[in-house]
Design a protein around this ligand. Structure first.
Ligand code: B4P
Length: 192
């Protein structure tokens, strides 16, 4: 299964991807996690990304594509993946198509987790308290939501027009949302 998970910050992408990974037995590729690992390692790329992420902006397409190419060059992505946090703009969507085409692959489904803004803000405030992530402060959260509306919403519209989009209600318990995703991708009975 080759899955692209879309949704606003706090919609549950990372949370559900971690579960899907175990269930579908394919790697979870989170561009946010890859970037945070670079920041934690203090690499030149991490140093560039750190401030951009903290203020809630998107890291450059070039950096993202380089990271993604490296990740997709590894064997474990050959039979499937869950891509979480990419693409976040139309240029990244085009780059993803090209990258996968070069590997002779296509994704099977793009799933959007839908959650209203009020709840997103509440969830991210909760994570700010629990984990202290640099970009979960109120100002950066507002910025991330704006960036999502301006840059990522068009990707969702593009996939919708291409007939590649499945929208899943992201409001509910972790188990409920998980079950909805499995149903949406037709994996409820086939795997597990
Ligand atoms: P990400 O790491 O992708 O972070 P995110 O969009 O905020 O969502 P995340 O997946 O972490 O949270 P989740 O919804 O699971 O990106 C961070 C930054 O990295 C970006 O702002 C950008 O700077 C950079 N970046 C990443 N990808 C990029 C790209 N492609 N291009 C450029 N820049 C990029 O969970 C949030 C909270 O909600 C958690 O506390 C969770 O416990 C809670 N939650 C989840 N589901 C819930 C539920 N059903 N009920 C209640 N709470 C729930």
């Amino acid at each position: 299964m080759r899955l692209v998970l879309l949704g606003a910050p706090g919609s549950g992408k990372g949370t559900q991807a971690a579960r899907l990974k175990t269930y579908l037995r394919v790697p979870h590729i989170s561009t946010g996690d890859l970037l945070r690992a670079e920041v934690a390692a203090g690499s030149p790329l991490g140093l560039q990304a750190k401030e951009v992420m903290a203020r809630g902006d998107l890291v450059s397409d070039e950096i993202l594509l380089g990271m993604l190419k490296e990740r997709f060059s590894r064997e474990d992505t050959r039979d499937g993946f869950i891509l979480d946090g990419y693409p976040r703009n139309l240029a990244q969507a085009a780059a993803l198509d090209e990258l996968l085409a070069g590997l002779g692959q296509k994704f099977d489904a793009a799933v959007q987790l839908e959650v209203d803004n009020e709840l997103l803000i509440e969830r991210l405030a909760g994570r700010a308290q629990a984990e202290g992530r640099a970009d979960d402060n109120p100002e950066s959260v507002r910025k991330r939501l704006r960036v999502y509306d301006e840059q990522t919403a068009p990707v969702i519209e593009f996939y919708r027009q291409q007939g590649q989009l499945t929208v899943v209600d992201g409001v509910g318990s972790l188990d409920e949302v998980f079950a909805r995703i499995l149903e949406a991708i037709g994996a409820g009975r086939e795997v597990g």
